[in-house]
Design a protein around this ligand. Structure first.
Ligand SMILES: Nc1ncnc2c1ncn2[C@@H]1O[C@H](COP(=O)(O)OP(=O)(O)OP(=O)(O)O)[C@@H](O)[C@H]1O
Ligand SMILES: [Mg+2]
Length: 263
């Protein structure tokens, strides 16, 4: 696999590593093992952000965390995603990948549901020493709301902007962003977004942070303010994470107006 000094950020969706239809945490250990094997040859600087799936979304919904502050519910939700992160990190290490969990609750502050500040110095040090930081969607303290649910889909562009990532991938369980016929939309830019938006919805499962529409909006905003391009692709298809890490263009590209579509 190609070694790269530029930073790669990979989000692995909760719909890939958990059974998202479940009411309470059901992990897909074999999927995490497969993903670990696909990542194991990568030599560049890599940050992993994983989604919550059935560890987090059902709990956040049960305690209405998007509507009201609830200390107990916030902690229960945080502990659930932390448990999933522990399993992901454990399997990565079993497969020879030096990885450590970085829980947003412990190093991030939000304001009105958006990330306000995050301590990043330790993440830079980890990358220098070839340790892969593994972050995840989490409940974090919020200046205005008490706590807020911060999606992995918000963490990825925040890190990409702050740390100037070169390669950005959002792995979920569909072949990118799909149109009404189920075909992958190759490129989304601010120009065609209004037109394709009618095909993009939330999640068919419990998801308190906007599902596919939330992802596309976060990535469009990023490309608008930084010109950083991202790829939404099917991480449940064996081989795709490896292909993404090699720089192959798969799934849907989210980018700015100047991007030229080359097949
Ligand atoms: N146009 C679309 N193309 C693809 N998926 C879509 C579309 N519109 C809605 N969706 C839904 O969005 C889901 C993906 O978003 P979701 O947030 O559930 O996934 P995830 O990121 O893998 O999970 P998590 O948020 O737990 O990390 C798809 O599984 C599908 O149900
Ligand atoms: Mg989601």
């Amino acid at each position: 696999m190609v070694s790269s000094e530029s930073l790669t950020i990979l989000k692995i969706g909760g719909s890939v590593i958990t059974d998202k239809k479940a009411d309470d945490g059901v992990v897909r250990v074999n999927e995490i093992r497969r993903i670990a094997q696909e990542i194991s040859g990568f030599k560049g600087k890599l940050i992993i952000v994983h989604g919550a799936g059935s560890f987090g979304h059902p709990q956040a919904k049960r305690f209405s965390l998007n509507e009201q502050f609830n200390a107990t519910g916030s902690i229960i939700t945080h502990l659930s995603v932390k448990e999933l992160c522990g399993m992901v990190v454990g399997i990565l290490n079993e497969n020879g990948i030096c990885a450590v969990g970085v829980h947003p609750m412990c190093c991030m502050l939000a304001d009105n549901g958006r990330i306000k500040t995050m301590f990043l110095d330790h993440i830079y040090c980890m990358l220098e020493k070839s340790i892969i930081p593994v972050l995840h969607g989490d409940v974090v303290m919020d200046n205005s709301l008490g706590t807020s649910v911060i999606s992995g889909d918000q963490i990825v562009p925040y890190l990409a902007k702050q740390m100037k990532a070169g390669l950005l991938g959002i792995g979920s369980a569909t072949a990118g962003v799909l149109d009404d016929k189920g075909s992958t939309i190759p490129v989304i830019t601010p120009k065609n977004f209004e037109n394709v938006k009618k095909h993009i919805r939330g999640s068919e499962n419990t998801d308190v942070t906007g599902g596919m529409l939330g992802k596309v909006q976060e990535m469009l905003e990023l490309s608008d303010s930084t010109y950083i391009t991202s790829h939404i692709f099917d991480a449940s298809k064996p081989g795709n994470i490896g292909r993404f890490l090699k720089g192959e263009k798969i799934g849907t590209v989210i980018t700015h107006e100047q991007y030229e579509c080359r097949s």
